[in-house]
Design a protein. Structure first.
Length: 319
Protein backbone atom coordinates (compact mmCIF):
# COMPACT_ATOMS: atom_id res chain seq x y z
CA UNK A 1 0.00 0.00 0.00
CA UNK A 2 1.53 3.36 -1.01
CA UNK A 3 2.26 5.78 1.85
CA UNK A 4 -0.36 8.47 2.41
CA UNK A 5 -0.80 11.67 4.41
CA UNK A 6 2.10 12.72 6.64
CA UNK A 7 3.98 9.55 5.73
CA UNK A 8 3.78 10.36 2.02
CA UNK A 9 4.91 13.95 2.65
CA UNK A 10 7.90 12.62 4.57
CA UNK A 11 8.99 10.29 1.80
CA UNK A 12 8.47 13.05 -0.74
CA UNK A 13 10.99 15.17 1.14
CA UNK A 14 13.34 12.17 1.26
CA UNK A 15 13.11 11.79 -2.51
CA UNK A 16 13.69 15.51 -3.08
CA UNK A 17 16.97 15.14 -1.20
CA UNK A 18 18.04 12.58 -3.79
CA UNK A 19 17.91 9.59 -1.45
CA UNK A 20 17.01 6.18 -2.79
CA UNK A 21 13.61 4.85 -1.80
CA UNK A 22 14.57 1.25 -2.49
CA UNK A 23 15.49 -1.05 0.40
CA UNK A 24 18.60 -3.20 0.49
CA UNK A 25 18.93 -6.95 -0.06
CA UNK A 26 15.78 -8.90 0.79
CA UNK A 27 15.73 -10.66 4.15
CA UNK A 28 12.65 -12.29 5.64
CA UNK A 29 11.02 -10.19 8.36
CA UNK A 30 9.68 -13.16 10.30
CA UNK A 31 6.22 -11.55 10.35
CA UNK A 32 7.41 -8.52 12.30
CA UNK A 33 5.23 -5.42 12.32
CA UNK A 34 5.09 -3.70 8.94
CA UNK A 35 7.40 -0.66 9.29
CA UNK A 36 5.22 1.63 7.17
CA UNK A 37 2.08 0.72 9.09
CA UNK A 38 3.88 1.19 12.40
CA UNK A 39 5.17 4.58 11.28
CA UNK A 40 1.66 5.52 10.19
CA UNK A 41 0.37 4.60 13.67
CA UNK A 42 3.06 6.72 15.32
CA UNK A 43 2.20 9.71 13.13
CA UNK A 44 -1.54 9.35 13.72
CA UNK A 45 -0.91 9.40 17.48
CA UNK A 46 1.56 12.30 17.26
CA UNK A 47 -0.90 14.39 15.24
CA UNK A 48 -3.32 14.39 18.20
CA UNK A 49 -0.89 14.54 21.15
CA UNK A 50 -0.08 18.12 22.11
CA UNK A 51 3.21 17.09 23.75
CA UNK A 52 4.60 16.20 20.31
CA UNK A 53 5.10 19.11 17.90
CA UNK A 54 7.36 17.42 15.37
CA UNK A 55 8.34 13.92 14.29
CA UNK A 56 11.66 13.31 12.55
CA UNK A 57 13.00 10.01 11.30
CA UNK A 58 16.75 9.28 11.21
CA UNK A 59 18.81 6.14 10.74
CA UNK A 60 18.95 3.71 7.83
CA UNK A 61 15.28 4.04 6.89
CA UNK A 62 15.70 7.80 6.61
CA UNK A 63 18.82 7.86 4.46
CA UNK A 64 17.71 4.65 2.67
CA UNK A 65 21.00 2.82 2.96
CA UNK A 66 21.44 -0.77 4.11
CA UNK A 67 17.70 -1.21 4.73
CA UNK A 68 16.31 -4.73 4.89
CA UNK A 69 13.14 -6.34 6.22
CA UNK A 70 14.60 -6.48 9.74
CA UNK A 71 15.66 -2.83 9.98
CA UNK A 72 14.31 -0.88 12.93
CA UNK A 73 12.90 2.66 12.99
CA UNK A 74 14.64 5.65 14.53
CA UNK A 75 12.11 8.28 15.51
CA UNK A 76 12.65 11.63 17.25
CA UNK A 77 9.67 13.19 19.03
CA UNK A 78 10.25 16.91 19.38
CA UNK A 79 8.25 19.32 21.52
CA UNK A 80 8.30 21.84 24.35
CA UNK A 81 6.63 19.24 26.56
CA UNK A 82 8.57 16.23 25.26
CA UNK A 83 10.07 15.71 28.73
CA UNK A 84 6.62 14.68 29.92
CA UNK A 85 6.85 11.65 27.63
CA UNK A 86 9.92 10.53 29.57
CA UNK A 87 8.05 10.87 32.88
CA UNK A 88 5.23 8.56 31.87
CA UNK A 89 5.65 5.75 29.34
CA UNK A 90 1.94 5.03 29.01
CA UNK A 91 1.95 6.73 25.57
CA UNK A 92 3.91 3.80 24.18
CA UNK A 93 0.97 1.47 24.75
CA UNK A 94 -1.12 3.61 22.40
CA UNK A 95 1.14 2.61 19.53
CA UNK A 96 0.58 -1.12 19.80
CA UNK A 97 1.23 -4.16 21.90
CA UNK A 98 4.74 -4.10 23.35
CA UNK A 99 7.10 -6.97 24.06
CA UNK A 100 9.73 -5.00 26.01
CA UNK A 101 10.87 -1.40 26.51
CA UNK A 102 14.34 -0.22 27.50
CA UNK A 103 14.30 3.33 28.92
CA UNK A 104 17.58 5.24 28.69
CA UNK A 105 18.23 8.55 30.42
CA UNK A 106 21.20 9.39 28.13
CA UNK A 107 22.40 11.98 30.63
CA UNK A 108 25.95 10.65 30.96
CA UNK A 109 28.96 12.20 29.30
CA UNK A 110 29.20 11.25 25.65
CA UNK A 111 25.48 10.71 25.09
CA UNK A 112 23.36 13.02 22.98
CA UNK A 113 21.71 14.24 26.16
CA UNK A 114 18.09 13.37 25.35
CA UNK A 115 16.13 10.54 26.97
CA UNK A 116 15.15 7.66 24.74
CA UNK A 117 12.87 4.66 24.73
CA UNK A 118 13.98 1.55 22.84
CA UNK A 119 10.75 -0.32 22.18
CA UNK A 120 10.36 -3.82 20.78
CA UNK A 121 6.75 -4.30 19.70
CA UNK A 122 4.85 -7.56 20.03
CA UNK A 123 6.03 -9.12 16.77
CA UNK A 124 9.63 -7.99 17.20
CA UNK A 125 9.93 -4.71 15.31
CA UNK A 126 12.14 -2.27 17.23
CA UNK A 127 11.62 1.48 17.32
CA UNK A 128 14.18 3.77 18.94
CA UNK A 129 12.41 6.89 20.21
CA UNK A 130 14.40 10.00 21.12
CA UNK A 131 12.46 12.51 23.25
CA UNK A 132 13.85 16.00 22.74
CA UNK A 133 12.96 19.62 23.22
CA UNK A 134 13.34 22.24 20.51
CA UNK A 135 16.83 22.95 21.81
CA UNK A 136 17.99 19.96 19.79
CA UNK A 137 16.80 21.61 16.59
CA UNK A 138 17.91 25.10 17.60
CA UNK A 139 21.42 23.82 18.25
CA UNK A 140 21.65 22.35 14.75
CA UNK A 141 20.18 25.46 13.14
CA UNK A 142 22.95 27.41 14.85
CA UNK A 143 25.90 25.00 14.65
CA UNK A 144 25.02 22.79 11.68
CA UNK A 145 23.69 19.25 11.55
CA UNK A 146 25.18 16.62 13.81
CA UNK A 147 26.52 13.42 12.26
CA UNK A 148 23.25 11.55 12.66
CA UNK A 149 21.14 14.18 10.89
CA UNK A 150 23.77 14.95 8.27
CA UNK A 151 23.62 11.38 6.98
CA UNK A 152 19.91 11.83 6.32
CA UNK A 153 16.63 12.65 8.02
CA UNK A 154 12.96 12.82 7.09
CA UNK A 155 10.51 15.32 8.56
CA UNK A 156 7.18 13.52 8.91
CA UNK A 157 5.36 16.07 11.05
CA UNK A 158 5.96 19.72 11.88
CA UNK A 159 3.05 21.43 13.62
CA UNK A 160 5.01 24.65 14.11
CA UNK A 161 6.90 24.92 10.78
CA UNK A 162 10.06 25.53 12.80
CA UNK A 163 11.86 22.75 10.95
CA UNK A 164 11.85 24.65 7.67
CA UNK A 165 15.15 26.29 8.66
CA UNK A 166 16.93 23.01 9.35
CA UNK A 167 19.79 22.52 6.85
CA UNK A 168 19.50 19.76 4.28
CA UNK A 169 21.64 16.68 4.96
CA UNK A 170 24.75 16.05 2.91
CA UNK A 171 24.23 12.29 3.00
CA UNK A 172 27.91 11.81 3.82
CA UNK A 173 29.72 10.81 6.99
CA UNK A 174 31.28 13.71 8.85
CA UNK A 175 35.05 13.55 9.44
CA UNK A 176 35.87 12.24 12.90
CA UNK A 177 38.26 13.92 15.28
CA UNK A 178 41.55 12.04 15.71
CA UNK A 179 42.15 10.52 19.16
CA UNK A 180 44.30 12.44 21.58
CA UNK A 181 47.34 10.81 23.14
CA UNK A 182 45.41 10.45 26.39
CA UNK A 183 42.48 8.74 24.66
CA UNK A 184 44.75 6.45 22.69
CA UNK A 185 46.82 5.44 25.72
CA UNK A 186 43.66 4.82 27.75
CA UNK A 187 42.32 2.30 25.21
CA UNK A 188 45.75 0.71 24.74
CA UNK A 189 46.32 0.36 28.48
CA UNK A 190 42.86 -1.03 29.18
CA UNK A 191 43.22 -3.65 26.47
CA UNK A 192 46.55 -4.97 27.71
CA UNK A 193 45.51 -4.70 31.36
CA UNK A 194 42.50 -6.92 30.70
CA UNK A 195 44.76 -9.37 28.85
CA UNK A 196 46.88 -9.78 31.99
CA UNK A 197 43.77 -10.60 33.99
CA UNK A 198 42.51 -13.02 31.35
CA UNK A 199 45.76 -14.90 31.97
CA UNK A 200 44.97 -15.16 35.69
CA UNK A 201 41.48 -16.54 35.15
CA UNK A 202 42.61 -18.85 32.37
CA UNK A 203 45.12 -20.36 34.81
CA UNK A 204 42.27 -20.82 37.27
CA UNK A 205 40.04 -22.32 34.52
CA UNK A 206 37.43 -19.73 35.48
CA UNK A 207 36.15 -19.34 31.95
CA UNK A 208 33.04 -17.25 32.64
CA UNK A 209 35.23 -14.48 34.07
CA UNK A 210 37.62 -14.93 31.17
CA UNK A 211 34.76 -14.28 28.74
CA UNK A 212 33.64 -11.20 30.68
CA UNK A 213 37.13 -9.71 30.64
CA UNK A 214 37.56 -10.58 26.97
CA UNK A 215 34.39 -8.61 26.25
CA UNK A 216 36.19 -5.50 27.48
CA UNK A 217 39.12 -6.38 25.25
CA UNK A 218 36.71 -6.72 22.31
CA UNK A 219 35.40 -3.21 22.97
CA UNK A 220 38.92 -1.76 23.06
CA UNK A 221 39.83 -3.70 19.93
CA UNK A 222 36.86 -2.31 18.03
CA UNK A 223 37.79 1.25 19.00
CA UNK A 224 41.34 0.67 17.80
CA UNK A 225 40.12 -0.88 14.53
CA UNK A 226 38.00 2.22 13.89
CA UNK A 227 41.00 4.46 14.56
CA UNK A 228 43.13 2.27 12.29
CA UNK A 229 40.69 2.81 9.41
CA UNK A 230 39.83 6.45 10.19
CA UNK A 231 42.64 8.07 8.11
CA UNK A 232 41.22 6.41 4.97
CA UNK A 233 37.92 8.25 5.37
CA UNK A 234 35.97 4.99 5.12
CA UNK A 235 32.78 4.93 7.20
CA UNK A 236 33.03 2.27 9.93
CA UNK A 237 29.37 2.10 10.92
CA UNK A 238 28.23 1.34 14.47
CA UNK A 239 29.50 -1.46 16.78
CA UNK A 240 31.29 -3.17 13.91
CA UNK A 241 28.39 -3.43 11.45
CA UNK A 242 29.50 -4.49 7.93
CA UNK A 243 33.07 -4.97 9.17
CA UNK A 244 34.02 -7.07 6.16
CA UNK A 245 33.43 -4.02 3.98
CA UNK A 246 35.49 -1.44 5.86
CA UNK A 247 38.30 -3.51 7.39
CA UNK A 248 41.17 -4.63 5.11
CA UNK A 249 41.27 -8.32 4.22
CA UNK A 250 44.23 -9.26 6.43
CA UNK A 251 42.81 -7.58 9.53
CA UNK A 252 39.35 -9.00 8.92
CA UNK A 253 40.81 -12.51 8.65
CA UNK A 254 42.22 -12.08 12.16
CA UNK A 255 39.01 -10.49 13.45
CA UNK A 256 37.09 -13.60 12.46
CA UNK A 257 39.25 -15.65 14.83
CA UNK A 258 38.72 -13.48 17.92
CA UNK A 259 35.49 -15.04 19.25
CA UNK A 260 35.82 -18.49 20.76
CA UNK A 261 34.16 -21.50 22.35
CA UNK A 262 33.89 -22.04 26.11
CA UNK A 263 37.13 -24.00 26.53
CA UNK A 264 40.73 -23.16 27.33
CA UNK A 265 42.42 -24.17 24.07
CA UNK A 266 40.01 -22.27 21.83
CA UNK A 267 40.07 -19.27 24.16
CA UNK A 268 43.86 -19.14 23.92
CA UNK A 269 43.61 -19.35 20.12
CA UNK A 270 41.18 -16.44 19.97
CA UNK A 271 43.16 -14.43 22.49
CA UNK A 272 46.27 -14.90 20.38
CA UNK A 273 44.46 -13.63 17.27
CA UNK A 274 43.04 -10.68 19.19
CA UNK A 275 46.42 -9.61 20.57
CA UNK A 276 48.10 -9.95 17.18
CA UNK A 277 45.37 -7.84 15.59
CA UNK A 278 45.40 -5.20 18.33
CA UNK A 279 49.18 -4.92 18.31
CA UNK A 280 49.29 -4.40 14.55
CA UNK A 281 46.48 -1.88 14.19
CA UNK A 282 47.49 0.11 17.27
CA UNK A 283 51.00 0.56 15.89
CA UNK A 284 49.67 1.69 12.52
CA UNK A 285 47.04 3.97 14.06
CA UNK A 286 49.65 5.59 16.29
CA UNK A 287 51.86 6.22 13.28
CA UNK A 288 48.96 7.72 11.31
CA UNK A 289 48.05 10.13 14.11
CA UNK A 290 51.57 10.90 15.26
CA UNK A 291 51.02 9.31 18.67
CA UNK A 292 53.19 7.18 20.92
CA UNK A 293 52.52 3.49 21.46
CA UNK A 294 53.74 1.18 24.25
CA UNK A 295 55.81 -1.07 22.01
CA UNK A 296 56.99 -3.16 24.98
CA UNK A 297 53.53 -4.14 26.20
CA UNK A 298 52.56 -6.89 23.73
CA UNK A 299 55.63 -9.05 24.34
CA UNK A 300 55.52 -8.53 28.10
CA UNK A 301 51.84 -9.49 28.30
CA UNK A 302 52.42 -12.51 26.04
CA UNK A 303 55.23 -13.70 28.33
CA UNK A 304 52.94 -13.27 31.33
CA UNK A 305 50.21 -15.29 29.62
CA UNK A 306 52.60 -18.04 28.59
CA UNK A 307 53.97 -18.36 32.12
CA UNK A 308 50.51 -18.67 33.68
CA UNK A 309 48.85 -20.88 31.08
CA UNK A 310 51.81 -22.94 29.93
CA UNK A 311 50.84 -22.31 26.32
CA UNK A 312 52.68 -20.65 23.46
CA UNK A 313 51.21 -17.21 22.80
CA UNK A 314 53.61 -15.96 20.15
CA UNK A 315 52.04 -13.73 17.53
CA UNK A 316 49.92 -15.48 14.90
CA UNK A 317 49.59 -14.73 11.23
CA UNK A 318 46.41 -14.04 9.30
CA UNK A 319 45.49 -16.87 6.96
Amino acid sequence: MPPTGALARGWARCWRLGLSAEPGPGIGSGDMEDPDELLRTILDWAETDSRVEAVIQTGSRAHRQRVDALSDLDIELIGTAASELADDDSWIQQLGKVMVTLPLANDSRGDRGWPSRLVVFDQGRKVDFTLASWQRIDDMNRDGLDELYDRGYVVHLDKTERLSQLPAPSGASQPKRPPTQTEFTSVESEYWFEATQVAVYLARRDLWVVKCRKNTMHSCLLTMLEWFVQPTGIHTWHIGHHMSEWLPEREFALAQRVFTHFDVDDTVRGLNASMTLFEGVSQQAATSFGLEVRADLPSRVRDHLSRLTGQDLSAVQAQ
